[in-house]
Design a protein around this ligand. Structure first.
Ligand SMILES: C[S@@+](CC[C@H](N)C(=O)[O-])C[C@H]1O[C@@H](n2cnc3c(N)ncnc32)[C@H](O)[C@@H]1O
Length: 267
């Protein structure tokens, strides 16, 4: 097992690494329109979502949000996004799916400041907080959205319990993320043990691989421009550039990328 995997298996180290990495990334990318931090999604034939011209450069990343968020009707609902990153998904969902309110939460204070300045839309607000200890009362939301972030959480079942707690009865957790093969049994056990019913589960490796490939050139440009040379390998892996460990794992199935629609019982 590579050293980095040993380190990431340790809960305390994992928390510290992500806590430092994302604010570092936000500061490095300041000045670029990097509104998404996910691996992206494309179907075959292409999804062809109608998008505003300004959204076009982010098409593949938006499509991952669209795929996950449209598993339930969000019109007129109160939505919490846990781990909203740079807020591109929050902005897209508010503008197109018309929830009543949308709160984006992230652990990264620099990212939350960026979101507040960049996405000024009525009904959309951002707060800094931890997915494992959500700063909201029980039953505050109709839906919780969570895209490609739960692999960062030190204790994943705690997030599921918190999502269930802040949902109203009948509310949905709309969720997507990945795990390497060794992490899949614990992942599946946690989902099965959560106080949520699985309405739908899909493996989306093929769609994510197409998304990664569409974004590869732009991601590589950003790595070369903003990361010191000794970090290029790490950057290539993090961004899933063609030939990187992540890209190969998505392609060969050493990693499973899934989307879920989970529901809190008792509507
Ligand atoms: C790969 S990014 C995805 C961001 C966004 N969902 C997107 O698709 O663009 C993972 C995000 O999880 C956030 N994160 C990591 N640990 C967290 C935690 N314990 N609580 C809340 N957010 C966390 C990071 O700050 C980062 O913004």
């Amino acid at each position: 097992m590579p050293l980095i995997d040993h380190l990431l298996a340790n809960v305390t180290v994992r928390k510290a690494i992500w806590k430092l990495w994302y604010p570092f990334l936000t500061r490095r990318l300041r000045g670029e329109e990097v509104l998404f931090l996910n691996y992206a999604y494309e179907e075959e034939p292409p999804l062809g979502l109608p998008l505003a011209p300004a959204d076009e450069p982010n098409r593949a990343c938006i499509q991952l949000y669209h795929h996950v968020a449209t598993q339930a009707d969000l019109t007129g609902r109160d939505v919490l996004e846990v781990s909203c990153g740079h807020g591109g998904g929050a902005s897209y969902v508010v503008r197109t799916l018309r929830p009543r309110s949308y709160t984006g939460l992230d652990l990264n204070p620099t990212g939350v400041r960026f979101c507040r300045q960049r996405h000024r839309i009525e009904g959309l607000s951002f707060v800094q907080g931890d997915a494992q200890s959500l700063p909201f009362a029980d039953g505050s939301f109709d839906a919780v959205l969570n895209v490609e972030a739960s692999h960062c959480y030190p204790v994943f079942p705690r997030f599921l319990a918190e999502a269930a707690r802040v949902l109203r009865p009948g509310g949905h957790l709309l969720y997507a993320d990945f795990r390497f093969t060794t992490g899949i049994p614990a992942w599946e056990q946690a989902v099965a043990a959560a106080p949520l019913t699985t309405v739908r589960r899909r493996v989306i490796n093929a769609e994510v691989l197409r998304g990664l490939e569409k974004n590869s050139e732009r991601s590589m440009e950003l790595i070369v421009k903003h990361l010191p040379k000794f970090m290029h390998g790490l950057g290539r892996d993090f961004a899933g550039i063609d030939g990187s460990r992540i890209h190969t794992a998505v392609r060969d199935g050493a990693l499973s990328y899934r989307s879920y629609c989970l529901q809190k019982p008792g509507a």
